[in-house]
Design a protein around this ligand. Structure first.
Ligand code: DX5
Ligand code: ZN
Length: 229
């Protein structure tokens, strides 16, 4: 487990875009640790969402960290705009057209933390060269583009592999899981070493946000206990 513990980040992609302020408040009151914002450009993924102005609007409603997931071809071009909009962690994809070294330098200069996400078909060793400089490694549990998809088999071994590597190197980097999280897959992901859980449909889908977050919290705590046994 990292020094920062286990954290739940509701993904606003599953919230009502016409009532985002209320969705943020509801989850914050219910104990969310951060918010996850999915930026999609219609090229890197087959969907289009929003840009920096929406991140800035969410920033006006909360002081919690904003985890900005950049599913875009050219993250370098937009890093500064998302940092200025109030993003806390900027997560780029290792498959995007960008030089991770440059993004890490840029992130440092802009005062944000930087994460790297990997698609389901990308081998985890793509992040090894940057591991000691990244603040977050985000393993995707689904093909990026849409919320509400099913968690893919093959995700848990990747989480295990990253956790093992982080432990070997004594790194407290966040290990994040994004996509397909339910109470069951949250538990399994925590067992596999995840510490940061992006939850879209499992928070904003059925039922109440407070009950959903409580159930997810219980699941990840159980999973993390199993992991240290
Ligand atoms: C998928 C996004 C996810 C999405 C997760 O491309 O990166 O963050 O919002 O939604 P769920 O939890 O419903 O799979
Ligand atoms: Zn995401």
């Amino acid at each position: 487990m990292t020094k920062r513990g286990l954290r739940l980040a509701p993904s606003l992609l599953s919230a009502d875009f016409a009532a985002l302020g209320a969705a943020v408040r509801e989850a914050e009151v219910a104990g969310a640790d951060a918010f996850h914002l999915d930026v999609m450009d219609g090229h890197f993924v087959p969907n289009i969402t929003f840009g920096p102005s929406l991140v800035a609007a969410v920033r006006r409603h909360t002081r919690l960290p904003l985890d900005v997931h950049l599913m875009i071809e050219d993250p370098e071009r937009y890093f500064e705009a998302f940092a200025r909009a109030g993003g806390s962690t900027l997560v780029f994809h290792v498959e995007a057209r960008a030089d991770p070294r440059r993004l890490l330098e840029l992130g440092r200069a802009l005062g944000v933390t930087v994460g790297a996400a990997i698609r389901p078909e990308t081998p985890v060793d793509r992040v090894w060269p940057w591991l000691d400089r990244l603040d977050q490694v985000m393993v995707m549990g689904v093909n990026p583009g849409f919320s509400g998809q099913k968690f893919l088999p093959g995700t848990l071994p990747k989480l295990h592999a990253v956790r093992e590597r982080l432990s070997e190197h004594g790194l407290s980097t966040d290990l994040s899981i994004d996509g397909g999280i339910t109470t069951e897959t949250a538990l399994e992901s925590a067992r596999a070493g995840a510490t940061f859980f992006v939850c879209g449909n499992s928070v904003y889908g059925q039922g109440t946000v407070a009950e959903n977050l409580a159930a997810l919290r219980a699941a990840v705590q159980r999973g993390a206990q199993d992991a240290v046994r």
